[in-house]
Write a protein that binds this ligand. Structure first.
Ligand SMILES: Cc1cc2nc3c(=O)[nH]c(=O)nc-3n(C[C@H](O)[C@H](O)[C@H](O)COP(=O)(O)OP(=O)(O)OC[C@H]3O[C@@H](n4cnc5c(N)ncnc54)[C@H](O)[C@@H]3O)c2cc1C
Length: 390
């Protein structure tokens, strides 16, 4: 019998990584194996996570805002950040979401569009995981079309008064600070809102069947008074939040391949040990066809992620290319998780194995940061020049 290869070995993925990228991958993978994988099924079952402790550990690991420069951030390459997302999501999409929202949404917004004072005030604590951030763009009535947002900020002397609501906000109930996008007379602007500001209420969203190891909340703003310097000075318009989303989507392009890899490795292990009709189910051609097809999609998606990462490191990555990656990799990861779930038979429906947890999580990943349909429309527009959003 030939020595089996892992799906990544089949594609010689390691060969494409630098020594530093391999080292970062290995450190994050060790943390995920010893800390996340050991506990995440319980967090998922109870719907509760030790968010503060996790944020500090992730800060120590150096993955919070890791691709940003200065202010306590690591300043790694985009590929290294992507690989960290991949390893984190091999643990759980909820943990990767915590890191993405902290680093690519909240911290990136402050880093890219904040004043020097705002950066000094918030970024070092957020990089260390002492402070948790969230990012409020989606509203109850405006998801795929954030340009219609109702949340608004009006001038009152030097201050701003913020009113409205944001929905599906990751980290909402555990955050110290929210980056909130609101309509103003000048256009859409971003505000840094400490979550203990009077008038801000965070309501946890219960009964989720997906991303249960992640905090998701509704934020309500009732006459929240903010000082004049709470606004992010360097951006006006939807370009602000959309460029943050582009950053987070980049992490998802990699992250989804981590969840898919964990599912496929679990299914392969299961298929060579589980026997039916006197032989391992992995020895049946029907099972091998599923495993081979999934390995191809996992390998292709990972190669795509690395290609996009190399483009990003050369400052050549375009938004529609991020859409290509998000569209393909979220869709294929979900498909892989579903197929692996089937290979595990009855065992596939329990949290004893990671597969159904990844599968349910990937339903959120398929929807958030731009749904499958919205990224299809972005790619469609790129190919035809014709926007079909309305
Ligand atoms: C677990 C979780 C965490 C999240 N975290 C955050 C967060 O931290 N911050 C934040 O701001 N948001 C967050 N979101 C929100 C997320 O980005 C939105 O759910 C997503 O953008 C979709 O918006 P919606 O749910 O309102 O769906 P809708 O926009 O109402 O879409 C419903 C369906 O209609 C389709 N559709 C919409 N428009 C079109 C069209 N023109 N053509 C074809 N089909 C269309 C969609 O693709 C989708 O299938 C989170 C969501 C989830 C589930």
């Amino acid at each position: 019998m030939k020595k089996p290869q892992t799906p990544f070995e089949l594609f010689s993925i390691d060969h494409l990584l630098s020594e530093e990228e391999r080292a970062i991958t290995s450190v994050v993978r060790d943390y995920v194996t010893t800390t996340i994988k050991a506990q995440v099924a319980d967090w998922f079952e109870t719907g509760e996570i030790p968010a503060r402790q996790l944020a500090r550990e992730l800060g120590e690991l150096g993955v919070l805002g890791m691709h940003l420069e200065g202010y306590g951030c690591q300043g790694t390459s985009a590929v290294a950040y992507g690989l960290a997302c991949l390893e984190l999501e091999a643990g759980d999409s909820g943990i990767r979401s915590l890191v993405s929202v902290q680093g690519s949404l909240a911290m990136y917004a402050i880093h890219a569009f904040g004043s020097e004072e705002q950066k000094l005030q918030w970024l070092p604590g957020m990089a260390a995981g002492e402070l948790i951030g969230c990012f409020g763009l989606t509203e109850p009535d405006y998801g795929s079309n954030p340009g219609g947002m109702i949340t608004n900020a009006k001038r009152d002397g030097d201050d701003w008064i913020l009113n409205g609501a944001k929905m599906w906000i990751t980290n909402g109930n555990v955050a110290d600070v929210a980056v909130v996008w609101a309509r103003t007379e000048e256009g859409i602007r971003g505000f840094i809102v400490p979550t203990d500001t009077p008038g801000l209420t965070a309501n946890p969203i219960h009964k989720k069947m997906s991303l249960r190891a992640s905090v998701t909340s509704e934020l309500v703003f009732a006459d929240v008074r903010l000082p004049g310097d709470a606004v992010l000075p360097e951006v006006i318009g939807l370009r602000g939040p959309l460029s943050c989303l582009n950053e987070a989507r980049f992490g998802i392009v990699f992250g989804t391949m981590g969840a898919a890899r964990d599912c496929l490795e679990t299914a392969i292990d299961y298929s060579v040990t589980r026997e039916q009709f006197d032989k391992p189910i992995g020895a049946f051609q029907l099972t091998q066809q599923k495993l081979a097809d999934m390995a191809l999609e996992l390998g292709k998606g990972t190669l795509l992620a690395l290609h996009l990462g190399r483009l990003k490191d050369e400052h050549l990555l375009r938004a529609e290319q991020v859409s290509v990656g998000k569209l393909n990799n979220a869709r294929e990861a979900l498909d892989i998780a579903r197929k692996c779930r089937g290979i595990l038979g009855g065992n596939g429906i329990t949290l004893e194995y990671p597969v159904i947890r990844h599968m349910n999580n990937l339903e959120s990943v398929y929807t958030y940061e731009g749904t499958n349909e919205m990224h299809t429309l972005v790619v469609g527009e790129a190919l035809t020049g014709l926007p079909a959003y309305r």
